[in-house]
Design a binder for this molecule. Sequence first.
Ligand code: DOR
Ligand code: ZN
Length: 403
Amino acid sequence: VFDLAIHGKTFSGDLQELWTYVEKGVIACVSKKRVGSADETLELSADEMLLPAATDLHVHLRDWGHSHKETVESATKSALLGGVTTVADMPNTQPELTTPDLVRRRVQLIKSSSYVDFCLHCSLPREPKLLIEMKEAGAYALKFYPKDLYFFEEYAEYASKLGLKSVVHAEELALIGTAAEAKAELNAVKSLVRRIRKEWEVRFAHISTAGALRRILGAKLNSSKVTLEVAPHHVFVDRQSCVKRIGVASAVRPPLRSKRDVSELFFALVSNLIDFYATDHAPHTRDEKFCPNPSPGFPALEIAYPLLMTKVSDPAIACKVYCERPAEYLGIKKGFIKPGYDADMVVFRRFQQRIQGSNFVSKARITPFEGEYLGYSVKKVFIRGELACSSGLPQRVSVRHIK
Ligand code: DOR
Ligand code: ZN
């Protein structure tokens, strides 16, 4: 007798009518035929389908000095509501995550209040040799912001030796906010691509321009360890349309781009050239967004997965970039509905709904997608076979810290 059985349209390599059986939190069997009984059986209706839950590699959970923007609780509830069961937190916290002690404190904070599994990026410590302790304290990757890129080689080399991944926000600091700002990303990417050594694992976060995209695709031909991440706001919305919708609140780093950049990024996404789709969920209050010097970034965890499914209309692509590859990258058994994998799964329902930031559970409610239609809603979310969210109600189940 299995713990749970789910029967209906299921994405497992392709979309087909399947029985998925769960035992002790793990997918035990996936079959076209019924193979046994279960303590609980869920029968999906014709407008529902079962997909793997998503892993989001780029999320600002906030809290600490930024708790007015977002708390770990509000951010991870949003994740769950959006079908995301693993998040990778970013280190530009208040205070910034630059010491082993802060990493330990952050692990404790998130463990005690998160609704989903998590891992941590850390910032550059005072000296590269402290990276050993950062890793021991629980960081899985090192994040370079534009201010840190000057020290890239020194730290990336050390990180690589320790098995810590490097993640770069590629924008040339000196150009940000100047007339030459449009070149900030490409310049930084060109310089980094020259400096990266073959053995370093380097992920380019939120790539936003066609020029940078092409450069990185070129670099990927030489190194299988270079990876590329895109965010929903860069791949689905151009600057002009966003400004029409939300004006100055369109601010984000890197900035929103032209229709041409967006269509080239979108084409790369549907052509399976992009490694990861990640929200860059970056919450700010309404007042911080609508002011003369607006804070950059948007919340997106609640809509990212249904939005991706709506835009690419191919679960194979959606699952690759938001479930399978991010989980493989973290070395966790998630992202697939197949035996041996954690039973982290989402029931999607075909359902037309308008995106309304004011309905977000995230404390941040300004979205570049305001008024757009989603073709799906997230009906149920399972974490290791436990029902963690049903009809919009998140529940706390036991969560893991991934190192
Ligand atoms: O838009 C952004 N928001 N880009 C960043 O690099 C930081 C982030 C934030 O933390 O708000
Ligand atoms: Zn970010």
